[in-house]
Design a protein around this ligand. Structure first.
Ligand SMILES: [Zn+2]
Length: 89
């Protein structure tokens, strides 16, 4: 199954410390009706003294589960591995 890759810049601050800005990558399954920003907050294990200031989503893309598609292989064989779009039992 393809999945969604979300890259975001998260600005957060820990009580009494400087603001930190970090880039995070999250993976989401496709099909659920989800609030991505809420979901990101849930996944960041934030302790009681850290506050999220801003979540800035940089990119959202659908990533195919097929490794041949991911690397844009023209060769059919590359798409026939387990999980590939041309895979058959
Ligand atoms: Zn493929």
């Amino acid at each position: 199954m393809p999945y969604i890759e979300v890259i975001c810049i998260i600005k957060k601050v820990k009580l009494g410390q400087q603001i930190s800005t970090d880039e995070y990558t999250f993976e989401f399954s496709i099909g659920e009706n989800q609030d991505i920003k809420e979901e990101i907050k849930n996944r960041l294990s934030i302790d009681g003294i850290t506050k999220i200031i801003d979540i800035n989503i940089k990119s959202i893309k659908i990533v195919p589960s097929c490794s041949g598609c991911r690397s844009d292989q023209p060769n059919q064989l590359a798409h026939m591995d387990y999980g590939g779009c041309l895979y058959s039992e």
